[in-house]
Design a binder for this molecule. Structure first.
Ligand code: NAD
Length: 270
């Protein structure tokens, strides 16, 4: 007689799921038993490819594909409405869509429009998504149960911050500020909705091999020097932490920010 694995049988919503970390998160949700996924991104073709990949992993998987700009209030509301129409609820939400600072220049050289672009997606976008998800979760009965006998919960939200919320480079102010705001929002909503059965946490990746880092040129020439483990993260390694925090296994964790960075933030290097 074996021990039954913990199955995540709620509905998952993942923004920015056409690529990189978001795509890996969708894969891990399916590996953990989740069969109903709301996939949101600007990239229609990328979402359809990811949807096909998930259905190849498990033929029971159903997806709701949402073309959504997370910085648009209308798009975000439509994403939640379409997801709820498809599956009736949202239990796990991963606010992952994000952009890098471009151009990489010092503050005195940075245009306000470049600052706004990063804040609009990473800060305002995450907030719009979180607000719409919380409004939906508050309407749901608590149904996420654990084997520990803890009270059932309504939902769980994980926001993508970054180690750049805590340590930075001299041309990364817009991005660092946007990710610091994600940490503040996470803590605020974690305490505000703690007794409503909604948990809110952040994950702070270090440098990860994804298109975002590579396209923006944010990785220095010797990218691995500040990383004690001597390599960049794989998207799947970040996704494991995200899905754990989203899951019922993390039922008493809220307001936390989990660094997944190969030891970078613990390392004073000179
Ligand atoms: P990625 O570029 O591979 O994926 C980001 C996805 O977000 C893309 O599919 C993109 O189309 C989508 N997106 C961008 N703007 C959007 C918008 N306005 N509305 C909807 N979708 C939008 O990047 P990634 O590396 O997988 O990044 C995922 C998250 O992880 C981001 O929030 C990023 O800031 C964070 N992060 C990444 C790293 C890294 O080194 N890659 C490190 C720390 C944090």
């Amino acid at each position: 007689m074996g021990i039954k694995p913990h199955i995540m049988n709620g509905v998952a919503l993942i923004t920015g799921s056409a690529s990189g970390i978001g795509r890996a998160v969708a894969h891990v949700f399916v590996e953990e038993g989740c069969t109903r996924l709301i996939l949101a991104d600007l990239d229609d073709g990328g979402l359809r490819t990811v949807s096909d990949e998930l259905k190849a992993l498990n033929s029971d998987v159903q997806t709701c594909i949402c073309i959504c700009d997370v910085s648009s209030e209308t798009d975000v509301q439509k994403m939640v409405d379409d997801g709820v129409q498809a599956f009736g609820a949202i239990h796990y939400a991963v606010n992952n869509a994000g952009v890098a600072s471009r151009p990489r220049v010092k503050t005195h050289e940075l245009e306000a429009s470049a600052w706004d672009r990063v804040q609009n997606v990473n800060g305002r976008g995450a907030w719009l998504c979180e607000r719409a998800e919380i409004r939906q979760m508050l309407k749901q009965e608590p149904s996420l149960t654990t084997r520990t006998g803890a009270p059932a919960q309504r939902g769980s939200i994980v926001n993508l911050a970054s180690i750049f919320a805590f340590a930075t480079q001299n041309t990364n102010g817009a991005y660092s500020s946007s990710k610091a705001s994600v940490i503040g929002m996470t803590k605020t909503d974690a305490i505000t909705y703690a007794q409503d059965g909604i948990r809110v946490n952040s994950v702070c990746p270090g440098s990860t091999l994804t298109p975002l880092g590579l396209k923006s040129g944010t990785y220095p020439a010797d990218m691995t020097k500040p990383i004690p483990m001597g390599r960049l993260a794989r998207s799947e390694e970040i996704a494991q932490g995200i899905v754990f925090l989203a899951s019922e296994r993390a039922s008493f964790i809220t307001g936390e920010s989990l660094n997944i960075d190969g030891g970078s933030l613990s390392y004073y290097h000179f």
